[in-house]
Design a protein around this ligand. Structure first.
Ligand SMILES: *Cc1c(COP(=O)(O)O)cnc(C)c1O
Length: 390
């Protein structure tokens, strides 16, 4: 199976047809619990001597198919599908760290991940240090005797700064630390952190994996030992599991990931180039532009440059407001990774929870607009932006 190409594995690695009825697609096992043949069988399921399902909070066959697929696509030993991206991120972090431990995180982060690090973790006695990882050597200065985890997001949301994951993994191995990367912006089709030496990948499956904006879900992929531990501690006891129907929606959406991503990347590059040449735009952030300071790293680390384009309007927030209120093809909504183009304003929306001073230090100015490019005819998106900017 693993000798097949990505585009082929994405269609078959869920082993969808391996069910009792021989249905082509993975059935939605909409059941809270599973029947035991005997008390002895029930007991051996609980001890783990016998494989099999017990209760849907502990695992469900629809969920298992999605996990099999994602482990295969990311090149990990095992995977866990959960209720949201934040459930994936918080459960992975909470199971790897205890009171008294320290974690190093990249900066900027997704808004709620930032909030989790500053509002929740310190209350549980877990210390967090934010580091600019565009130069990974900055990590060395932040390592303490109680550091356990390095957490990264690349490309960063929303400024699209990149982090050299191979370098981060090397530093972590040298210092015996566990690494986690949020791979939401890229999907395993465009970037595979585990192959670069990262230990654990987390996803908001709500975005490109789902692709259609019709559910919220999350994924964790990594070594079996770490995945078993997350499943047996934070997921089992906090209960952030994925429902069978949501697992089915991700299985369905992900089948077209490669086609969607190819079109999205093609459109995004054209839009970034259009914006780069527009007089009302001060600055465009897109790793696919040669002017991006880390374009060389992007070419090395990513298969293509993704669908998120951020830009700064020369006339700041007021100009941004006019644009966002005047577009028609681009839809004003947070979230990203859908088939249709979404436009949003990070300072007042996704990064509203990050204090202004902190935002501005990381390039999230009031004039910044984030576009999640879809698969529309690119000329219609460009015409829409053109009329909005005029
Ligand atoms: C959306 C997002 C999350 C959070 O995922 P949810 O599914 O909304 O919980 C985390 N990281 C990144 C990069 C995201 O875009």
């Amino acid at each position: 199976m693993s000798s097949q190409n990505f585009e082929t594995r994405i269609l078959h690695a869920d082993e969808g047809h391996k069910n009792d009825a021989g249905a082509l697609r993975v059935p939605i096992y909409q059941s809270s619990t599973f029947v035991f043949d005997s008390v002895e069988q029930g007991a051996s399921r609980f001890t783990g001597e016998e494989d099999g399902y017990i209760y849907t909070r502990l695992g469900n066959p629809t969920q298992s198919s999605l996990e099999k697929l994602m482990a295969n696509l990311e090149g990990g030993e095992d995977a866990l599908a959960v209720s949201s991206g934040m459930a994936a991120i918080s459960s992975a972090i909470m199971s790897l760290l205890s009171c008294g431990d320290h974690m190093i995180v990249s900066n900027p982060l997704y808004g709620c991940t930032h909030s989790f690090c500053v509002d929740i973790l310190p209350e549980w006695g877990i210390e967090v240090t934010f580091v600019d990882m565009t130069d990974p050597d900055n990590i060395y200065k932040a390592i303490k005797s109680n550091t356990k985890v390095i957490y990264t997001e690349t490309p960063a949301n929303p400024t699209l700064y990149l982090i050299d994951l191979e370098r981060v993994a090397k530093i972590a191995k040298e210092k015996n630390l566990t690494t986690i990367t949020d791979n939401t912006f890229m999907s395993p089709y465009l970037q595979r952190p585990l192959e670069l030496g990262i230990d654990v990948v987390v996803h908001s499956a709500t975005k490109y994996l789902c692709g259609h904006g019709d559910t919220v879900a999350g994924m964790i992929v990594g070594p079996k030992k770490i995945i078993d531990n997350i499943n047996g501690t934070t997921i089992k006891n906090f209960g952030g599991i994925i429902g069978p129907f949501d697992a089915f929606l991700i299985l369905r959406g992900v089948k077209t990931l490669t086609l969607r991503m190819d079109k999205i990347c093609e459109n995004a590059k054209k839009i970034a180039e259009f914006l780069d040449n527009h007089p009302a735009i001060e600055k465009v952030y897109y790793p696919g532009l040669e002017s991006h300071p880390q374009h060389e790293l992007a070419k090395r680390q990513m298969r293509n440059f993704g669908g998120i384009v951020t830009f700064e309007l020369a006339d700041g927030y007021e100009a941004g407001k006019k644009l966002l209120n005047n577009v028609e093809v681009c839809t004003l909504a947070t979230s990203l990774g859908d088939v249709d183009t979404l436009i949003q304003h990070p300072a007042s929306m996704t990064h509203y929870v990050v204090p202004k001073e902190e935002r501005e230090k990381n390039g999230i100015t009031d004039g910044l607009v984030r576009l999640s490019v879809g698969i529309e005819n690119v000329n219609d998106i460009i015409e829409d932006l053109k009329q909005g900017l005029n």
